[in-house]
Every structure is written in structure tokens, then in C-alpha cells.
Design a protein around this ligand. Structure first.
Ligand SMILES: [Zn+2]
Ligand SMILES: [Zn+2]
Length: 283
């Protein structure tokens, strides 16, 4: 059985390593197949594919799409294909990334009134990781706050000044879940709900909300993820069985940006085969 991790991030979004370095880490971790799923961008896929082919690993193209469902922020993994350049969905993702970066700028303006942080410092961190970043976001702000000694790390920043209840917080435009799923399907990929029942306070979806996403065309659930406990895993597996959905697992690796280790959660051979068959993806 191949060791397959279908959820990883490079410095093209909010990971800390280049796609090439990430693939090398995956090889060292004993993985056979990796999906690169940067936030709302596929910019790292070409580099990752080249590195994977040199390292003898399989690379499944992917992306983690930001969306909202009943006003709640959710993530959907697009697995197996990426949007054609210039397609409607590619253009929508461009808008989402622009909106996220403008919002990040607003947050930094607000923070800058009280803390030693500037947009230039955030940009320096985002662009200093050996790869061109697709959009600057809150994780990069968190890194700048950490470097300035304001917080101890990303986790603290996200729980305090970058949290939605913080006076420094600024919302941004995200796609509706149904719109995101339709776009993912139009790209020839499968749509798999990422950590939908996360145990992070107030962020997890109910079974009913997950069922609604299935009605909107969701193809599977990421069940095996560190933010799901036994109860969440069991609830998602039950819906997946009932509805014939694909079940996946992944590490949500972010390099040194998060404690997640490559391969800490994996995807079964059966699920991988279903994804490959449905998307005609080549590894
Ligand atoms: Zn996510
Ligand atoms: Zn992720």
C-alpha cells in the first residue's frame, strides 16, 4: 500500500517551504504520494511535479479552496486537477486572492497603530521563502508579529489579534460553497470537504451542514485530520458511507508554520484509486 498524504501547503500560500523542499521532506517522511493543496492557488504545482518526478514520488495536483457556508468559513480540497488558466473559476480565485491581500493590508494598518508592524515587514517575510507567494494573508501577518516579539507564534496570533472577534480583524470576500464546488468540478477535480468538523472552538460544522454540502455536490470528506477527534471521524464516516462519498486523510503540513507532520494522517489506496479514476489524474 502506498503512503498517501492529500493535504499539504508550500510557501506559495502559507507554508514555509518551497514546493521542492516540501517534496524532499515528503520523501524523507517515507511518503509515496503527495497532493500539494495551497490556499486558492495552483502556482506551486509545476515545481512540485518536477521535484516529485526527480524524487520518485507521485504528485496529485490540488488546491484548498476557501468558501463560506451559512456565513461560516470552510475549506474545500480540490483534488486531481486544477482550473484551466483564464477559466471562470481561475478568474474567481484571482479575485479571492486579491481581496484577501487587500484585507491583510487593512489588518496591518490597524495593527500598526498599536504594535511595531508594517506592511513592508509582512511582505518581506512572505517573499523571503524562495518562491513567489500567490497572496499575502493572515499567516504572514502572524509571522511578522512573531518576529517583532508581539506574540509567540501563529497559534497565539490567530487566537488573539487575528481572530474574528478582534478589533483588528477585517472580513474578506469568499465564494459560496456551492459556487466553489461547481468551480472545482468545472476544473475536472473532485471536491472534498477539508476538516469540516474541526474541534477548534465554534468552527466545526454540524452533520446537517455537512449533508447540505453533499446536496451541493461535495464528493467526499477529509476524515483523517488532526482537528477531528473520534466522534467527528465517526460522524463523517457515517455520512460518507450513507452517501457513497470518498473519505480522505492528510497532514495539513505547513512546514515550520504549524506542528503538523507530513504523513501523520493518510488516505487509503481505495480512496486514492477512486480519485484517480474520477479525475483521470496522472501521478
Ligand atoms: Zn484548511
Ligand atoms: Zn490546509
Amino acid at each position: 500500500m502506498r503512503a498517501t498524504d492529500l493535504h499539504t501547503h508550500s510557501a506559495v500560500s502559507d507554508g514555509t517551504e518551497t514546493p521542492t523542499a516540501l517534496i524532499e521532506q515528503a520523501r524523507l517522511a517515507g511518503l509515496d504520494i503527495v497532493a500539494l493543496t495551497d490556499h486558492d492557488t495552483d502556482r506551486g504545482i509545476a515545481e512540485a511535479r518536477e521535484a516529485a518526478s526527480s524524487a520518485g514520488l507521485g504528485l496529485l495536483p490540488g488546491m484548498e479552496v476557501s468558501a463560506k457556508h451559512h456565513g461560516r468559513s470552510i475549506h474545500i480540497l480540490a483534488l486531481g486537477n486544477t482550473p484551466a488558466p483564464g477559466s471562470d473559476f481561475a478568474l474567481k480565485l484571482n479575485e479571492v486572492r486579491d481581496s484577501r491581500e487587500k484585507r491583510a493590508q487593512h489588518i496591518v494598518e490597524r495593527l500598526g497603530e498599536d504594535f511595531p508592524i508594517t506592511w513592508e515587514a509582512v511582505l518581506e517575510i512572505a517573499s523571503g521563502r524562495g518562491v513567489s507567494v500567490a497572496s499575502v494573508g493572515r499567516p504572514h501577518i502572524a509571522d511578522a508579529l512573531t518576529r517583532a516579539g508581539v506574540v509567540t507564534g501563529r497559534a497565539e496570533a490567530f487566537e488573539t489579534m487575528l481572530a474574528p472577534h478582534s478589533p483588528y480583524y477585517v472580513p474578506y470576500r469568499a465564494l459560496e460553497a456551492a459556487e466553489a464546488i461547481a468551480g472545482i468540478h468545472a476544473s475536472g477535480a473532485l471536491a472534498v470537504g477539508a476538516h469540516l468538523m474541526t474541534v477548534k472552538r465554534g468552527k466545526g460544522l454540524s452533520s446537517d451542514a455537512c449533508q447540505e454540502l453533499v446536496e451541493s455536490g461535495l464528493d467526499g470528506f477529509e476524515v483523517f485530520h488532526r482537528e477531528h477527534g473520534e466522534a467527528e471521524r465517526a460522524a463523517l464516516v457515517e455520512i460518507a458511507h450513507e452517501r457513497g462519498l470518498i473519505v480522505t486523510g492528510g497532514s495539513d503540513y505547513h512546514g515550520s508554520g504549524k506542528p503538523n507532520r507530513l504523513g501523520e494522517n493518510t488516505t487509503s489506496e481505495e480512496s486514492l484509486e477512486r480519485i484517480l479514476e474520477a479525475t483521470s489524474a496522472r501521478l
